[in-house]
Design a protein around this ligand. Structure first.
Ligand code: GLA
Length: 392
């Protein structure tokens, strides 16, 4: 389903009354490589996609914000900007969180009518949450007449997710949702927040996303646990650093502490993944610059193995889907993407083979896994934007 902005406007008007709304759009994202490195001060290489969340908006008198979510059967959430708490609805927490964080940062927020729609599957690893946060932020900044600088916007949305949704996520999703660029990946150094737009020169190749259909409730708690394990290891490995993170950890200190038995087996595995994954991001940049699809594919396979064996965030369905892809002619490599324990596999495939490969993999997946998967082709697209301001 593609987003239909005209239809969204018409629905908005029939719900909230005449006068055309403004529309803000926040894209979802796919991460080529650099998984579970962002909150470790590491490197990531995601791209924004041409699907996402649209927020239709119009200022309203007073301090009440009314939000209707079309993708959740037109459920409604209402809150007062003077007292913003997380509230009952899960999706509503992202909207509320952004409003609260804008206000905490000194940006003006006031009453509004919002209607949200999305063409991103939830839980598929495409970061529908960051897309909703970013579209919401763009809507309120348009209504308030200010612009939030991109890095600050990403931080505000990240804080909204920490404090209102309870996931201690990194900064990758929000940054790329704001700063993505057509045909480019975003190389982000999460230690310095330096960004570079990296052209993807893989002629004749396409990115295929294969959703396992598995949605793991363990996702959030295991995510927070991994993060805590890494932070504990970082304080041992980089004790003097101003911001201890695994990015500051040196391989010599790693060996020394491991030899003294001062790291738990789980910590050793987590550090091993993060150090290796940062190197793979750098290597992927080289593969993309040289247009070497075989090399890029091998890195995807290695990343998957590391996430499965060292970081331990895969699940049987993700392993199966990646494996089924790799067996097909035309597939260069495949790996799980996102937080893990479900969601999707990203495969780099020859463009001419993409449709038949997706069909064959999904039919075998359904036979072997006993559940249905789905596939979409994704391509690097632009970041969050105001589609149009509200009618005066
Ligand atoms: C989720 C988080 C990101 C990142 C990935 C794993 O998508 O929101 O910040 O940590 O998991 O790479």
């Amino acid at each position: 389903m593609a987003l239909d902005f005209l239809e969204l406007k018409a629905r908005f008007v029939s719900t909230f009354g005449p006068a055309d709304p403004g529309i803000a759009f926040g894209p979802g994202r796919v991460n080529i490589i650099g998984e579970h490195t962002d909150y470790n001060g590491g490197l990531v290489l995601p791209f924004a996609i041409d699907r996402g969340v649209a927020v239709a908006f119009r200022p309203a008198h007073g301090t009440a914000v009314r939000v209707v979510a079309r993708q959740y059967g037109n459920e409604e959430d209402t809150f007062d900007v003077r007292r913003v708490e997380p509230g009952e609805r899960r999706w509503g927490r992202y909207v509320r969180g952004v409003v609260r964080k804008l206000e905490d940062a000194g940006y003006r927020v006031a009453g509004a009518c919002l209607m949200v729609d999305s063409d991103l599957p939830v839980g598929a690893g495409l970061s529908s949450s960051a897309a909703l946060e970013m579209a919401t932020l763009m809507a309120f900044s348009a209504m308030g007449g200010y612009e939030v600088p991109p890095t600050e916007a990403a931080r505000l949305c990240q804080k909204a997710e920490h404090d209102f949704a309870g996931v201690r996520c990194g900064i990758m999703d929000q940054t790329v949702s704001r700063m993505g660029r057509e045909d480019h990946a975003l190389l982000l150094d999460c230690d310095t927040m330096a960004v570079a737009h990296v052209p993807i020169r893989l002629a004749g190749h396409a990115w295929l996303l294969l959703d396992t259909g598995v949605r793991h409730e363990l996702g959030a708690s295991e995510y927070n646990r991994r993060r805590a394990e890494c932070e504990a290891a970082a304080t041992l490995l980089a004790p003097g650093a101003e911001k201890p993170s695994l990015r500051r950890a040196d391989v010599g200190a790693f060996a020394d502490l491991a030899a003294k038995g001062r790291l738990t087996p789980a910590q050793v595995l987590r550090v091993r993944h993060v150090m290796g994954e940062n190197l793979r991001v750098a290597e992927m940049c080289a593969a993309l610059a040289m247009g070497d699809a075989a090399w890029a594919g091998r890195l995807l396979d290695e990343s998957h193995a590391s996430l499965r064996d060292f970081y331990q965030v895969s699940c049987p369905e993700l392993d199966l889907m990646a494996d089924l892809c790799r067996r097909r002619v035309g597939c260069r490599g495949a790996r799980m993407v996102g937080g893990g324990f479900g969601g999707s596999v990203l495969a780099l495939v020859e463009e001419s083979a993409a449709d038949s490969l997706a069909r064959d993999v999904l039919s075998e997946y359904s036979r072997k896994a006993g559940r249905e998967g789905t596939s979409i082709a994704v391509r690097p697209a632009g970041g969050a934007r105001l589609i149009n301001p509200p009618a005066p």
